[in-house]
Ligand binder design. Sequence first.
Ligand SMILES: NC(=O)c1ccc[n+]([C@@H]2O[C@H](COP(=O)([O-])OP(=O)(O)OC[C@H]3O[C@@H](n4cnc5c(N)ncnc54)[C@H](OP(=O)(O)O)[C@@H]3O)[C@@H](O)[C@H]2O)c1
Length: 303
Amino acid sequence: MAKKRILITGSNGLLGQKLILGYKANPIFELIATSRGQNRMRNASGYRYREMDIANRDSVFQVLAEEKPDAIIHTAAMTNVDACELDHEGCDLLNATAVQYVVDACNQLNIHLIHLSTDFIFDGLDGPYREDDTPNPLSYYGLTKLKAEQIVMQATCPWAIVRTVLVIGITEGMSRSNIVLWAKGALEKGETINVVNDQFRTPTLAEDLAEGCMLIADKGATGIYNISGKDFMSMYELVQHVAEYWHLDKSLIKPSTSDNLGQPAKRPPITGFQLKKAMDELGFNPRTFKEALALIDSQISEN
Ligand SMILES: NC(=O)c1ccc[n+]([C@@H]2O[C@H](COP(=O)([O-])OP(=O)(O)OC[C@H]3O[C@@H](n4cnc5c(N)ncnc54)[C@H](OP(=O)(O)O)[C@@H]3O)[C@@H](O)[C@H]2O)c1
């Protein structure tokens, strides 16, 4: 029987790299990893890498027509929320227009599209959210990701939308950090850090997110799925857990409010997700936050 072909966009990113590792461990799939520029994973065996710029319609159509995957996991996006607030044009191009290119190609080739979205489509007034709650984004990033969802929902190919929350983890050549690595690094250097206590999330280990995407691809599932961690906490509590886990000085962590940070993009105060649908329909079972930290710790030690 022919192997199922999976194509990943944004394979140099945090989720992209975890998907590569997840699929490599399961060789019943043929994997094609794509991202912009060179492959940043040192070990390039067990899959093929192709450069693909999602902002270039011809590049998307050419690669997808040549590879004809059964499913595509579309992780590539402009993911820096503040950069999106300062560059609307760039954010529109990567987070909405490029999604239209991917959808058009998937429609033409009847590819199962698994598209990554975010808790930032919500206003954060009444999380943790269910899949059918009403979006109301506060930031430009959230607005473009909601636009992308609407584009995906119009697709004629089979589609799934995977919404996730505050992804944590470590991988090679990361283009941006995340709260766990940032807090650990700063506290190890003895720096005082201000952390908001008015934003609540269900932080998501990148491996668990990859697992959720793979379950959807494997089952050919369609519709919207919440895929996140299961532990709900404030950012302040999250950083306290980081300090406890690595035995760092908790007195360096100062509680702050979102208004005090003065970041360009507004963040939704209370998000996080209810996971019943993904657990019941997909068998999704994420790690606890402590187990997530333990895995990150073991990966830091390996390197
Ligand atoms: N991280 C979170 O906390 C979070 C939360 C909610 C939802 N999400 C969503 O989850 C998805 C994956 O996030 P992530 O954390 O893995 O993000 P990430 O680490 O920033 O990865 C995104 C990848 O997309 C690549 N990319 C950007 N522009 C591209 C282009 N024009 N063509 C091809 N590739 C391009 C980036 O390349 P470079 O590395 O070269 O820049 C990067 O490797 C995104 O759709 C994001 O919106 C993330």
